[in-house]
Design a protein around this ligand. Sequence first.
Ligand code: SF4
Length: 464
Amino acid sequence: MALTGLDVFKLLPKTNCGDCGTPTCLGFAMQVASGKSSYGLCPHLSDEAKARLMAASEPPIRQVSLGSGDAKAAAGGETVLFRHEKRFVNQPPVFVDIDDTGADERDGGGATRHAGVGECEPIEALATRVASFRYERVGQAYRAEGLVLRPSTTGQARKALDLAIRLGLIPFFEANLDTLQPLQDDLGKAGALVGPVEAEAQLVGASRLDRAGCAVVLRARGLDEMSALVQASGRRGVGRLVLEFDCASHYETLFCLIQARRLALKKAMRVFGHPLLARADARLEERHGDQVALQAAGLISHYAGVLVVPLLPAEAMLALLTWRHDLYSDPERPVQVEPTLRRTGDPGRNSPLYITTNYSLTFYSVENEVQASRIPSYVLPVDTGGTSVLTAWAAGKFGAEHVAEAIQTSGAGDMLDTKVAVIPGYVATMAPALQELTGWKVLVGPQEASGIPAFARKRFLRDG
Ligand code: SF4
């Protein structure tokens, strides 16, 4: 629950000494409540008041750090039920389950079968495939963050841990905790996820792994059982928790995920204030990649904080990670690129300059098509606050004066002898004014980026 100014004010010493940089305690309390200041700036707070403020200002769903070094991710930390209320915070790390131990299709020799992939490979090869899946889209790098591994001995766990670290992936060990205990320090350093813990008796081992730095997965069949297990974990001092509902049907699992999120946010029930783990795949009769990806997208939307999927075909994985990225982008801040001059190919002093906006989707669409034209060029994304061409034009952020200033500050004029700028076809009317302001030859390009290759071949190959 968000703190109000009155909540904070009640805990302050009320001396109005001004040591916090605000003349009155009330003013300071209002600033803290609105997030413009931090209660730590008041040096006169009692320890009890500090502890209460710290607890009250924690996000209703705790943030849990996973992994280490380059393989790092955060789960949880969410504050809203719906993205449009503010924004979702941490994209759920995706763990690929490459170890089908116990699945119907298990092969005898440590090889596994996966959704829509339809082939059997040793674990190491599968792990390498997961690590090698990296895709660049609209300037973002997409990848899976971790692996699910099921070692049955400490020796196997050691090898699996080394493999995950070597590949830059976060390990999630679904294993007997006694097996993992001898490796607890290394697992903690790697920020591993361990579990599942399904009964209070397992919490002794779980607390050691938690203290070492691991996050512990609690698994229960419903909300009441989970509540009891979380409270028992609290009594054992196990705090770095991830909650998994293991229900009889996908519908029931979704129900628990939604209710847990609602109870944590709307009823301030701290027992459910932990990231939720959800799995796609297990109950799908036909394990095709697209069906699994669709189910997983639903789980990300409601409200997986950590997601486990089987090994998927690259196209299904890309669709899933795109959905994750887009859902977790800030609705108040369009995804944008730096408004600096870019090169495609190896442009010379007679190359054209394409003008566009710095909205990511617009910019990368244009850049891709300029590349596809195979004519080396410059591309200048004008700073329009991350809005598309027509939106920026309508808002007065993409007029001739704005573009002329962007061309001047970009330094493009110093790099080019033949000064030719191509503007989007939708803003053709700015051409005369832009030509006059810059002295450049202004060409009106196609309305859609897809028309750039044909346009470029016609204009620049013919003109030489
Ligand atoms: Fe009040 Fe603390 Fe600020 Fe002094 S430093 S004015 S006691 S909030």
